[in-house]
Design a protein around this ligand. Structure first.
Ligand code: NAD
Length: 343
């Protein structure tokens, strides 16, 4: 507990995901759950039954008119993120927006601009960058234990939840794109992708995307809600070691393989490449619910003014990649520049 006054928070959107955020917010000593806003009376009644001490409203304007409200969590469906978040920021509230930040980069830029002009926190729900295993993997990469990261690939697959307002890449891949940016510390300059819509016209259920980075590294992201297996897997191939992160495992989530191929310069004249097979280690990781860490981080940033790990600019970068992937799918897999610059 920090000893500071709790952040007074209102939540917009209490459908499927909103209740998870609210459950975690409600447990925090640093937050006070003040009000929920939803267009659905049924969902507001569900909220009221669980949190009778907080108010409910169907009117966003009414909620934002409360001058004592410090922050707003936007957990509505993606098409409304921009309008709701813009209204909240313009009312002077710090804002947490679920992923994807918006459905266009122009809208994301607008939110970043308003937040920066008004010195407000804008944080995006890139949940995975608060995952203990992802943070451990970042430490491993930054320590050089894997050597140079050469390439990586991510699989986020399941049967459902089928959405119609955005395709599988917009729904699922913000997690993977944000992890890749976070782990590699660079953004892709081009992408090429293919995808297909089998269930709803024009809404891709399955997408394979290749991200190319200025350093020469590449990442492949495969997402689908039309797959027999629930898979949440990341494989990272380094020049010294290789790492697999399997988020479907309850405890043994990260496996580090001391495997590799001896580099050509280490070999003598006429020698072939030498394959190296070493130990496999499975580190013990102390796990906390990523969502609990994420909402705590939001409260901390609102109190301190620190920039969130998943800030609005990071959210904008992810949206740019999602747009470029869409464009590449429409162009039959042609490479598309993301327009992102690396510092
Ligand atoms: N971080 C994660 O792992 C994760 C997981 C699932 C969903 N999400 C995100 O959470 C968000 C919500 O997804 P969901 O599956 O809960 O959607 P949902 O459709 O189940 O719920 C959305 C809720 O928002 C309400 N709503 C929509 N527009 C509104 C508006 N303008 N004003 C007030 N209420 C409004 C709806 O009535 C509904 O109750 C999405 O952005 C989604 O991408 C994140």
């Amino acid at each position: 507990m920090s000893g500071r006054a709790p952040l007074r928070v209102g939540v917009v959107g209490f459908g499927y995901w909103g209740p998870n955020i609210v459950r975690n917010l409600d447990r925090l000593a640093d937050a006070e759950l003040v009000v929920a806003c939803d267009a659905s009376e049924t969902n507001l009644a569900r909220f009221a039954a669980l949190y009778p001490y907080a108010a409910t409203t169907g009117s966003l304007d009414e909620m934002l008119a409360d001058h004592d409200l410090d922050a707003v969590v936007v957990a509505t469906s993606a098409p409304s993120h921009f309008e709701v978040a813009r209204a909240a920021l313009e009312a002077g509230k710090h804002c947490f927006v679920e992923k994807p930040l918006t459905l266009t980069s122009a809208d994301a830029e607008e939110l970043v601009r308003i937040a920066e002009e008004r010195d407000l926190v804008l944080m995006v729900g890139h949940l995975m960058v608060y995952h203990s295993a992802v943070n451990y993997i970042k430490e491993v990469i930054d320590s050089g234990a894997l050597g140079d990261v050469l390439y990586l690939y991510a699989q986020r697959l399941n049967l459902g939840k089928v959405r119609t307002e955005e395709n599988a890449f917009w729904s699922l891949a913000p997690h993977d794109v944000s992890i890749v940016h976070y782990l590699l510390g660079e953004a892709p300059d081009t992408v090429s992708a293919t995808g297909a819509a089998y269930l709803n016209d024009g809404v891709e259920d399955t997408v394979f995307a290749n991200l190319h980075f200025p350093s020469g590294r590449m990442a492949n992201i495969h997402v689908s809600w039309l797959d027999p297996h629930k898979t949440r897997k990341f494989t990272i191939v380094g020049s010294k070691k290789m790492l697999v992160f399997d988020d479907m495992q309850a405890t043994e989530k990260v496996w580090i393989y001391d495997k590799g191929v001896a580099p050509k310069e280490a070999l003598g004249y006429g020698e072939d490449l030498t394959l190296r097979f070493g130990d496999i280690s499975v580190p013990y990781l102390k796990m906390s619910e990523p969502l609990a860490l994420e909402v705590q981080h939001f409260c901390d940033c609102c109190a301190t003014g620190d920039r969130p790990r998943s800030d609005g600019r990071g959210g904008l970068e992810v949206v740019r990649v999602l747009e470029a992937v869409d464009e590449s799918i429409r162009a039959g897999g042609a490479p598309v520049a993301t327009g992102l610059e690396n510092a």
